[in-house]
Design a protein around this ligand. Structure first.
Ligand SMILES: [Zn+2]
Length: 271
């Protein structure tokens, strides 16, 4: 892979670049790796994830990770274009640096999850909205269940999508409050599989990339759909208690697995 010349001068770790390395930046908090044409994954040391996509006129930051020093300054070493900031959903591990940005885009259904003290402007986006970055169009796809306002971004040009936590990262959390019925997640998986076909999307980049280090394919979403349907029908593989330090309001979360997919759920809210 051919990489642009890239020089970092103001951080502790300075990398040299080779034709084979796609990593373009690393410090104690962040690792930035080019994964597609004009597309980077930004991994935090706490296993959270942002993506940045650049067009000829603008760049788009998808999520803002957990709180990091100098995020915008570091991003500015990759792109100098006007930067739009979009949140796939309102959870704090995806919104940790919003104070560094004057404006963000969010689905209105996740307003309830946001920090009320955010001083900037929130622009609301909806299903079908398109971000035109110049030679690159990213389309918003509403995928509720993990949160009411979770969205996925489609980039037809690279056949990729950026899914936040809408389909988890190998494992999806559906036990959180506000809890969605499992049938809503089945519907989201069904719409997603259809959209991936129609838009020829083959790669799904999830919201916690450090755990998987790859793009999922359609078969992953298909396994999620089958497992969610099996939970509703009572035919899912045996569940076991899901050990977690913070309960997030669910007293007895359970986990079950089918193929590539695992679902953490609240047995009180299975339908
Ligand atoms: Zn989340």
């Amino acid at each position: 892979m051919k990489l642009k010349p890239f020089i970092i001068t103001s951080v502790a770790v300075v990398l040299t670049f080779s034709e084979t390395s796609a990593q373009v930046f690393k410090n104690d908090e962040l690792t930035i790796t080019k994964i597609e044409a004009d597309t980077w994954v930004i991994e935090t040391a706490e296993n959270n994830t942002m993506y940045m996509v650049e067009g000829t006129e603008k760049a788009l930051l998808i999520d803002t990770g957990n709180k990091c020093d100098s995020l915008e300054e570091i991003i500015r070493k990759i792109t100098t274009k006007p930067l739009l900031v979009l949140l796939t959903h309102g959870h704090s591990d995806h919104t940790g640096n919003i104070d560094a940005f004057n404006e963000i885009y969010l689905h209105p259904a996740d307003t309830v999850l946001m920090d009320k003290n955010y001083p900037g402007k929130i622009h609301y986006m909806n299903d079908g909205d398109v971000f035109d970055l110049g030679g690159k169009m990213l389309e918003v796809f509403h995928t509720p269940a993990h949160t009411p306002g979770s969205v996925v971004l489609f980039d037809a040009q690279t056949q990729s999508c950026f899914s936040g936590d809408a389909f988890g990262s190998g494992l999806i959390w559906l036990q959180l409050r506000p809890t969605a019925p499992m049938s809503m997640y089945v519907g989201t998986c069904t719409r997603m599989l259809k959209a991936m076909d129609e838009k020829n999307i083959t790669k799904l980049y999830c919201g916690h990339y450090p755990y998987v280090k790859k793009a999922f394919t359609k078969s992953y979403v298909s396994d999620m759909q089958k497992l969610a349907e099996a939970l509703i029908n009572g035919t899912a593989p045996a569940s076991k208690p899901y050990d977690i330090v913070v309960s997030f309001g669910c007293p007895n979360p359970m986990i079950t697995t089918l193929g590539e997919a695992s679902i953490v759920y609240d047995p009180e809210f299975i339908k």
